[in-house]
Each structure stands twice: as C-alpha cells, then as structure tokens.
Design a protein around this ligand. Structure first.
Ligand code: FAD
Length: 552
C-alpha cells in the first residue's frame, strides 16, 4: 500500500509499524535467511503477549475450556511476510469466484489474476498469461536437482499413489505435487518490506516510515476518521492527522481489535466493555478462519538430513481432493518438510504437514478490555465444523500412508504423529538451553533403535502412536481436535461483502461501512480463506485496492 500510494507525488503517506524496521543493509540475518524456522519463533519479531485457543468448545461438556496457546503474529516491518515460510501461492480460481458469488463485486478470479501477476516477478516462468515479470516480489521454485533424498522419496510415494508432477503450482490447478513457489531470490527471503520498501521507494519525499511505533487508537470527528494516536518507542505519545484516509493493515487479529476499541463492532459486546458504540457492525471479529493442520514425521537417516542451517527445507507441495462432504476439488494440501526445526532434533526429522485448504470452521475475536495495551481474546474453533475434522483426519491417514510407504521407509523410519504443540514451540525458541537439550536428545536418537523408539514415544508424542491413530477412528478424531493448529493463516475477521450483507464489515474496497475516511486492507478482508498460503492473496488484495484508490 505504501509503495503504490506514494508513487503519486501528490499523495503523502505515513507508515506506522509497531515492530522494528528492516531497511536494505540492516535486515536481520534470521529474517533474510531462506530457512524460516528461526524467525518463526524469535520473540523479537512477535506479539509475545498474544494467546489464542484453537480447539472448539464441546457442546456436550460446558465445563470444557480450550487451553490457551501461543500463536505467532509478526511485529516487524513487512508483518508476516518477514517471518513466514515464504510459500507464495494463489489458491484456486474457484476460491475467488466464490468470493464474487458471495456478493463481493469485482473479486472473481479474472479480476484478481492481474494483481497476482502485478505483485510478482516469476523467475522461472516470466511474463505469460499466469505470471508477472515486473512485480516487487520475486517468485521461484526449487527444482529436482535441489531436493533431498527424503524429498525424492516423498515424490516416489506420491507417484505410486497416482499423483502426477505439476511444474507450476501457480498456473495449474489440478491435483498433483509440485515444487513449492517461494518469495525468494538468490537464496534469500524477499518480504513485503524488502520488496516494496526498497531504497528508491524509501527515498521518496512524500513517504515517511515510523517503526517501533504502536498505534493506540484511531481519532474521529463523529463518523469520520481523522488520524491516529500512537506511541513511539513505547512512551512518546504522538497524534498523526490523516488528510484523507486512515488505512488499518494490522492483520486479521489486530485490525478488528482497533475497530472495536473505536466503537465499531458488535454493539452488545462493546456495551459490555463500556465502549460507546460509534457504528454497530456485528461482523467485526467474526468469521475468523485459518487452515487447521497436523503432521506425520519420521526419523531421517544421516545421509538424508539437511546439513546447512540457511537453506530451504520445504521443497514440494501436494494438492489433493478429499472427495468428502461435497468439498471442492483440491480442497486439501500437504507440504513436505525435510527439516522439522532448526535444532538437532528437528534436523533429524522429516515431516508431511497436512492441512484443510478449503475450510468451513469459523472462530471469533473479542476484546478483553477497552485498553489498547491488552491483547484481544482469540478463539479459532478449528475443526468446529465436522466437515473439517473428517477431512483433516482423512488427510492425516493419507499422509501417514506416504510416510509408511516403501520409498519413504528407506530414508525415514519410526513414523509418528506430530503437531506444533506448546512443547514443540517452547523447544523451538532459539536459546542456549534448547540448543543443549536438543543436542543431547539428537545424540540419543542416533543411538540404538529401542532407545529412539522410547524417546519418540515418551518425549515427542506423549505416548500416542501411529498404529493407534490408524486403527481407531475415534482416537484419531480426538488427536486431531486436540492437536490441530492453524498454519498462521489468520484471516476473514473484517470481511468484505455486499451492501445488503449484514455481516460485511467493509465494502469491496475495504471501506468500513458507515464510517468515512477509514479502510481496512489486510488478510482480515477475505470473505473466506482461499485454498492458499495467505501472504500471496494478501499482497494481491493490497495491489488491487491501492490500484482502485490511485484511479479514484
Ligand atoms: C510464522 C508464520 C508463517 C507463515 N507462513 C506463511 C507462508 O509460508 N506463506 C504464506 O503465504 N503465508 C504465511 N503466513 C501468513 C502470512 O504471512 C500472513 O497471512 C500475511 O502476512 C498477513 O498479512 P497482513 O497484512 O494481513 O498482516 P500481518 O502480516 O500480520 O501485518 C500486520 C502488521 O501490523 C502491525 N501492527 C499490528 N498492530 C499494530 C499497532 N497497534 N500499531 C502499529 N503496527 C501494528 C504488526 O506488527 C504487523 O507488522 C505465515 C505467517 C506466520 C506468522
């Protein structure tokens, strides 16, 4: 948004980011690395107070309260694109046609494709019907010669199941497996900040960037947004006046919280917190979505491990159809992961991370108080829709079959169920203690087979075995419900919609209903989460809305 809007010298643009800046020349190495598994869990780049629940409520057990978990959300220039897995894809044409069919005018696939092309510079397939050649984000793939032995084994197992190789994930939308498309050039991450806030853009005299500055509130004159109040370096209070518009791009968990604190949201909830209702919009904070995921992992033989710290660990993706509950074709996705974490245990584990890519479950975000310093309460309700639970359990079984296949068994043994649990997150924080613990556990894993088995069952899976989950469907459903985590694709909580849609928060250009001078432009606008990793669709959304604004 900042790049496109400041391209016109008569616009004046102020960017405010709560986290640190990443200008060219001083990009933290953890951010720049092609291997994202350190940045994922580095608290310097996160909203560390944020906790969420992922499990749905149990209607037959009103006393059940889902446990709170960490959920990393980026607090750094470029947002999630600065710490994410760098997968850059689009989802299916039917996703966007689905948005249009829900009444969001101008957001069908044919309307969105030009902006997917605009954002990218595809280094493998430049400038054709599907691919852009001049965008700010380079997109590339790791082809066969860069795959590990484990990747090749997964490839063979998928072929044995009848899946075909697809060269381009972003141009062919049928089932199969393909080299994952990544936002990366010269083996380095290219975030939105690196790509769009490049040195020439930063030199524009009409663009000002304030990092380490947290917006506390939006200021108003009646129903018109006039600016924001913010705190620089936590203490210096400043008011910034917007001559034309305030654009909230705080992500799907924080954007609705800004609106609610400003009195824009579900009236009853706001009144409960003593917040004056400026505009009743029941959809604010509702319809929250993510892609629920679980994993199956195996112990990699020494020659099939990734030795270097800074190279890509995910090489191929697998799109498949559950053929369940009348879900659309290609509703499921799995990513092959050749190193499950940065540490000495993760280096010994290859995984298949499987998720429901066209989900139906929704959750909600509410304020916990009117105080801007308090994180909102976030309940994802993953798999609260039975269709998601059934398909994720089915996807888990299919992934287990790949790990147990003849091809994969030759490079990875001891297949076991895994997930991004609190325990996994804790040990994935980069510090000396975790380095030492995982070094020791890694050495034990390389020891005799019974010790390895014991270690996996006692320390990693807590006693849950693949054998049980594959033979007892109730146990599998319980495992999936308890362990499904999102894939950090929080979306849809301020969704766009038609004028007569009571739950729409904005119009089809992100303008907040009933309020002047206020837009939301981020992943919260999606009507439903597309069957894609969500950075690409978010960038597309920003390209599309900024284009419309520039034409106004
Ligand atoms: C660990 C992780 C891995 C992921 N992996 C992938 C992947 O591989 N591929 C993919 O496509 N997607 C991935 N995603 C998701 C993707 O990055 C997000 O969908 C995308 O970044 C969403 O963009 P956004 O603009 O909506 O919000 P964000 O990227 O979250 O940006 C919001 C920004 O607003 C700032 N902000 C919030 N509140 C305030 C405030 N009060 N004042 C000032 N600034 C504020 C935040 O600090 C943040 O920088 C991942 C996300 C994470 C966190």
């Amino acid at each position: 948004m900042a790049n496109r809007l400041s391209a016109n010298p008569s616009n004046r643009v102020l960017v405010i980011e709560a986290g640190p800046d990443t200008p060219h020349g001083s990009i933290p190495p953890e951010v720049h690395s092609s291997y994202p598994g350190v940045a994922y869990f580095d608290p310097r780049f996160h909203w560390t107070e944020l906790k969420v629940t992922t499990q749905p409520l149990k209607h037959n057990d009103p006393t059940f309260s889902p446990p709170k978990r960490s959920y990393e959300q980026a607090r750094i220039m470029g947002g999630g694109s600065s710490i994410n897995g760098q997968l850059l894809n689009r989802g299916a044409p039917t996703d966007y046609d689905g948005w249009r069919d829900l009444g969001v005018k101008g957001w069908g696939w044919d309307d969105c494709l030009p902006f997917f092309r605009k954002l990218e510079r595809d280094l493998d397939f430049p400038d054709d019907f599907y691919h852009g050649a001049e965008g700010k984000i380079p997109v590339r793939r790791l082809f066969e010669e860069q795959w590990t032995g484990y990747t090749h084994a997964v490839q063979k197992a998928l072929q044995a199941e009848g899946y075909e190789y697809i060269e381009d994930q972003n141009g062919e939308f049928r089932d199969g497996f393909f080299p994952l498309t990544i936002s990366n050039a010269f083996d380095r991450r290219v975030s939105a900040a690196i790509g769009y806030l490049d040195p020439p853009t930063r030199r524009r005299s009409n663009l000002k960037i304030l990092a380490d500055t947290r917006v506390a509130s939006i200021t108003f004159e009646g129903l018109k947004a006039t600016g924001v109040k913010a705190f620089r370096h936590k203490v210096v209070e400043e008011t910034h006046t917007a001559l034309r518009e305030v654009i909230i791009c705080s992500g799907a968990l924080h954007s609705p919280a800004h609106l609610m604190r400003a009195g824009i949201g579900p009236a009853g909830h706001l009144k409960d917190l003593g917040i004056d209702v400026r505009q009743s919009l029941p959809g604010v904070g509702q319809n929250l979505q993510d892609h629920p995921s679980v994993s199956v992992s195996g112990y990699l033989s020494a020659e099939n491990r990734i030795k270097r710290d800074d190279v890509r660990h995910m090489h191929i993706g697998w799109r498949f159809s559950s053929n369940m509950h009348e879900a659309p074709h290609g509703d499921m996705f799995a990513a092959q992961v050749a190193k499950s974490a940065w540490h000495d245990v993760g280096k010994r584990m290859g995984s298949l991370l499987v998720w429901v890519n066209r989900t139906y479950s929704t959750g909600e975000i509410k304020l916990t108080s009117s105080n801007w310093r308090d994180e909102p309460s976030v309940d994802f309700g993953l798999c609260s829709d039975r269709r998601d639970l059934d398909r994720l359990s089915d996807g888990f079984k299919r992934s287990a079959a790949i790990l147990l296949s003849e091809a994969v068994s030759q490079v990875a043994t001891n297949a076991f169920p895994t997930a991004y649990t609190e325990q996994v997150r804790k040990i994935a924080k980069v510090n000396g203690r975790n380095k030492a613990i995982t070094w020791f556990l890694g050495k034990l894993m390389d020891g005799p087979a019974p010790v390895r088995k014991l270690l996996i069952e006692k320390v990693i899976t807590g006693g849950v075995t693949l054998e049980t989950l594959l033979t007892d469907s109730d146990a599998l459903d319980q495992f999936v419900l308890a362990n499904a985590t999102g894939t950090w694709h929080a979306t849809c909580s301020c969704r766009m919609g038609a004028d007569d849609d009571p739950m729409a928060v904005t119009d089809n250009e992100g303008r907040v209903r009933g309020i002047r001078g206020l837009r939301v432009v981020d992943a919260s606008l999606f009507p439903f989460v597309p069957s894609a990793n969500t950075n690409g669709p978010t960038l597309m959304t920003a390209e599309k809305i900024s284009d419309a604004m520039m034409k106004e």
